[in-house]
Design a protein around this ligand. Structure first.
Ligand SMILES: NC(=O)c1ccc[n+]([C@@H]2O[C@H](COP(=O)([O-])OP(=O)(O)OC[C@H]3O[C@@H](n4cnc5c(N)ncnc54)[C@H](OP(=O)(O)O)[C@@H]3O)[C@@H](O)[C@H]2O)c1
Length: 326
């Protein structure tokens, strides 16, 4: 038995991706095989496609060529087969999860996954919506709750609010009771207000870091500002969390944030998101309570996924891009 999959054998631009037939996987002990119905694209897929930054290749993804030939970490689908020892799921269950910790492979019709990497899919979502959730929502939740320690009533600024992570961060911060300022380009501001942002800033018209002492928490999701500028926009006791952004932002966040002077109790930290299924269940609960919903900008078929990657590479986004495999 074979299946359709989007594969790549060398690092490069989206053109290196091609549709191919691969053997359909069978489940090992503790695994289920999922019939993938939809796969959400993430910036991480783009980095793995390009093999950049180079240091990532040293982290087990393949020095000269990709170790994992099929990208795609955020999946939603139905359990097709269960392996020995599987207790949490049965054939036919609708599931979703982030496979970035267990070999990726979501851009294929079937993928074998440890059962521990999956959660039941929120019943109110379509497969396309569910596939837009895991990495973006987990990143946003962990940045706000664990690194930002956001409390009700605090002022939270989210730089890069319109993309896959940012649209979840706005909603989760609002659900935590924060007063949210969303920073994005002009065309995305109305959508961010609709997600609950109390204030919006067009980054082309205003540098929000010039609002001295304004915020309790700043999430750096995209774009670039020097750490000192984030610092001046924080109140005493404020927290800056570097989630992502330009290469300059990543470098400063990783190399300099731990050594920033801790004046007025201000803290500068970095997030490395984890694929926690417990946290994914917490996100599911927020979705079922109606306080968080995925924003899906574009759904393409597997044959058009290369175009989805090209769009992702523009760095402009309004929520998530999803590949449908049904
Ligand atoms: N730390 C972790 O564990 C972790 C986990 C997941 C992702 N990340 C990182 O987080 C970052 C965001 O990921 P994503 O999936 O949200 O990306 P995305 O969906 O591609 O979103 C890109 C967003 O960046 C915004 N943007 C572009 N230039 C900007 C600027 N100068 N100022 C403010 N916003 C700007 C765009 O908004 P406009 O279209 O309005 O310009 C767009 O909404 C990436 O660097 C990714 O690698 C980190």
């Amino acid at each position: 038995m074979t299946m359709r999959a989007l594969v790549y054998d060398r690092y490069g631009a989206p053109d290196v991706l091609r549709l191919s037939e691969l053997p359909t996987p069978t489940p090992k002990t503790g695994q289920v095989v999922v019939r993938v119905c939809a796969c959400g694209l993430n910036s991480a897929d783009l980095r793995l496609l390009k093999g950049e930054p180079f240091v990532m290749r040293l982290m087990g993804y393949g020095l000269f060529r990709p170790k994992y030939r099929v990208l795609g970490s955020d999946i939603a689908g139905r359990v097709e087969q269960v392996g020995a020892g599987v207790t949490a799921f049965k054939v036919g269950d609708a599931v979703y999860g982030d496979l970035s910790g267990c070999g990726l492979g979501g851009l294929a019709e079937y993928v074998a996954v440890p059962e521990a990497a999956l959660a039941p899919m929120p019943p109110s979502l379509s497969f396309e919506q569910a596939a837009a959730v895991p990495m973006g929502a987990l990143t946003a939740l962990q940045a706000l709750r664990d690194k930002g320690a956001v409390k009700a009533g605090e002022r939270v600024a989210i730089n890069g609010a319109a993309g896959g992570v940012g649209t979840f961060a706005v909603q989760i911060a609002v659900a935590m009771g924060a007063e949210v300022t969303a920073v994005a380009s002009a065309g995305n501001l109305d959508g961010l207000r609709a997600l609950g942002a109390a204030h919006v800033v067009d980054y082309a018209r205003e540098d929000f870091t010039e609002r001295i002492g304004e915020y309790d928490v700043i999430l750096g999701v995209n774009g670039y500002h020097p750490l000192a500028h984030y610092g001046r926009a924080l109140r005493a006791g404020g927290r800056y969390v570097m989630v992502g952004g330009s290469d300059g932002q990543l470098f400063e966040g990783l190399a300099r944030a731990p050594f920033m002077p801790k004046r007025d109790g201000k803290r500068f930290t970095n997030l490395t998101a984890s694929t926690s299924v417990e946290d994914l269940r917490a996100v599911s609960a927020m979705i079922e309570r109606g306080v968080v919903r995925p924003v899906v900008e574009q759904v393409v078929g597997l044959a058009e996924a290369v175009e989805g990657f090209r769009q992702l590479a523009t760095g402009r986004a309004r929520g998530k891009r999803v590949v449908s495999l049904v």
